[in-house]
Structures are given as C-alpha cells and as structure tokens.
Design a protein around this ligand. Sequence first.
Ligand code: AMP
Ligand code: MG
Length: 465
Amino acid sequence: MMLAALLALGGETYLSKEEALRLVFPNGEAVVERWVDLDADVHRALEERCGVSPARVQLYVGHRDGRIAGYAMILREITKTLPATFIVGVDAAGVVTEVAVLSHEEHIGGECRKERFLRQFDGTSAGSNFKVGGGGGLLPMSGATMSCNAVARAVRRTAALVKLQFVDRPANAAALLRQEPARRKKFLMGSFCEIAAEADPAVIEKAFDAVKRVEKAISNYDEASELSRLHRERSLEAGPDLLAFVADSLRLSKETAGAFDPTVAPLVRLWGFKDGKHRVPADAEVEAARKAVGMSRVAVDGRRVALPEGVELDPGAIGKGQGVDAAVAVLRAAGVTRAFVDFGSTVFALGRWPVELRDPFAEGKSLGVVILENEALSTSGGYEKFFEKDGRTYGHILDPRTGRPADRAAGASVVAATAAESDALSTAVYVTGRIPEGRSALVVRPDRSVEVAEPLRAKFRRAGE
Ligand code: AMP
Ligand code: MG
C-alpha cells in the first residue's frame, strides 16, 4: 500500500545510462568507464568551491583515434528530499556540451528536464555563472527551482572537476586512455619480482635488467658477484652498485644504532639461515661469531672498500630494496609515472597505489591498507623464514647485539622515499621493536598490539576500521 502510493507520487525515469551516454557521445565515439583518484589539491579545490565532494570519482571518457573527445559524469543530487540523476557531458577543452536528466524521484520539479532550461548550459565552463534566478546566469523553470538548482550544482561540479583534473593537467587526461598496465614477473635475488607499469613492456624488461645488475654486484650466493670477490680479496675498487650497498648500509646501521647491520653474515651462517641447514649454536659459537660483527669495521675510501679478515657482508636485509630502487630509476628515466614494483617484502609505488599488509599472526588475514604514493614499503616478519627446535621458534632476523634471533616484534613495516631505506629499516624495527624518531612505520608486537608511528597514520587504515 505504502509502496504503491509512493510510486504513484512520482519517481520518473527518463533515460537509461546507455541512452544518456549516447546523447553525450553521439558520433560513435568509443566510451570507457574509469575510476579516478583526484589529485589531492584538485579534491581540496572542489570541496572549497562545490562543497563535500568524493575523492574518487567514476567517469566516462569518449575517445576516437586515441584522442579524448569528452567526458561524462552521472551524478545524483538531492532536489528537495529525494535524489535526481543527471548526466553532464564536457568536451576535451572543458566546455559543457550536454546535460540531461536520467531520473527524477521527487514528484515536483521534473520540469528541470525541459530543453528550455537545459540548453542554457551549452557552452558554459568552469568559470561560468551557474546561479539560477535572482540575477544569476540561468533562468529557472517556474515551480522547479530546487530541481534546477540541483542540475546547476551537478554541472558546476563536473565542469570544475574536468577543468582542474584534466584540462589543466594533460598528463592526467592522457593517463585515462592508457591501457591496463603491462605486467611481467621474474625470479631474481631469490624471489619473484613483479613489475606492473603503464609503459612499453620493453621498459619493464630494462627495469629487470637493472635488478639483475644489482644482483650481479651484491649477491652473496653468486661466486662471480663483486661482493663475493670482495669477500675473497678483502679489498677492491667497488663499482657503483656495491658502493651504494656499502654506503647505504653504513648510514642506515648508524641510524638504527646497529640493529640493521649486514656484518651479521657470520651469525646468519652459524644459525644455518644461509644454507637452510638450521641449527641452534652453542653460546661460545655465538660469542665467537659476534666478534666479526659491526659496520664500523668496514672501511671505505673513495671507491675502495676493505674488510678485515673474518668480516663478511650479508645483503639480505637491504638488497631487494636496492634492486627495487634500480628498477624504479629505469622506469622514471623512461618517463613512467604509474608503476608498481613488487618484490614481495619490498615494494615501490610510482603514482598512488593501495597496498595490503598481512597480519603477522594469521596468514591470509589483513592487518590494514597503506596508501603509497611515489614511495617504498617494506615488511619484515619472523613468519617469513624460521625453524623450530624443541618447541621454540627461531626467526631469520638476528639481533646483532645478542647474536640471536630477534624476538621483540612479530612484524614491522616501514614506508620511505627509497626501497633500500624501507628495507633496511623494516629489519631494524623488527629487531628493536621500536620505530626510529620521525620514521613512517608500524610495528606489531609479540603481544599482538600494534603501534603506528605518527607519520604513517594518515596513510594507514587498520582492517575493519
Ligand atoms: P629482511 O627480510 O629484509 O628483514 O631481511 C632479513 C635478512 O637479512 C635475513 O634473512 C638475513 O639474511 C639478514 N639479516 C638478519 N638479521 C639482520 C640484521 N640485524 N641486519 C641486517 N641483516 C640481517
Ligand atoms: Mg629488510
């Protein structure tokens, strides 16, 4: 009864979505649907001009011969108490070409769909006067002022959005027509590396070549690597990748007061994490191996790197990060602005990408999502590689100060400008259970509590919140 009465009162549908799109793109243009994350400043400007606006919008892009013909948005606006749906079409230069009403739920005000009112929007743009009546730029339909206002709001917002996000920023417009990113996957540095990029796949191959180049320099599994040669010869003139590894390691081990320290190599071997023959060493063995630990033992003079006898470097906690940075450098040099380099525990987002963090206590369960933008994220966890002996678990990340598996964290994630940094720091936060001052990071403690450092809070959303 109630429903029948409502239906009788109004609620007219005039056009389907397909019909509306054909009105906006009448010349056989191809139309693609896109979801767009507005640039932060564009979103702010829209909120200021047009009131509360979504940061992510759905739009339709008409194109022909690889060029954008125009944009269409379908908007729902409240007229009096019920919504109406409008389509607004804007050409590639930001000029309004079409406005039509798809549905109007309120039983009065439907006259806003009359041509006499709607044609007034033709040729308007972001700078136009969209005020209806009272000396404004638009004459209302009598008896339909609220609905006319709602149409004007929709047109005004669409015109402003298209102008700010696309007309003023041609790179954003070009990105709309790009195909899905190309994806390639390769086994490198002992794990799979996947690169997705809005780029020619040949560029992705070059990015992989850069990762291979870094691997060739700093692998501790490849006898022919430059690092293996350093371990044999004790002193050499290092190439740029080996030198970067040593310099970054010196800097980051200093920042973390030695929690991250690649000279843990003899300890990693002692516990059997290098060859997979896991064992719990005797205290005396741990003490003996600890004697060779400490980055301050590594000497750098210009390009010459020297290691005292017994000192050895394990690139495991920073190498993939360095590989990711090398790949990103190739992508950037090729002008790529949207790509995701995924090395599992270390990733880099060119452009804006959401990344899910796993709950260290439950495989397949999410801890939350981090929104990355032109930055790297690394995660360290004891669950990645560990062994069990006599009911105890021993993780692969060692505390250089005790020579034993670190146990102050269950997982640690760090966001940083470079992947080498995020990689080294996530290992350090895992070791200490503490986040260095000013760093964008979170740590999951063994008691399952989660600390999110202030700089990360704006980018992280906890699962279920
Ligand atoms: P990640 O997964 O990036 O935290 O790196 C862990 C790997 O780095 C281990 O598998 C070891 O090869 C090595 N490693 C273990 N403990 C440390 C440490 N405290 N500092 C630097 N490297 C470490
Ligand atoms: Mg690391």
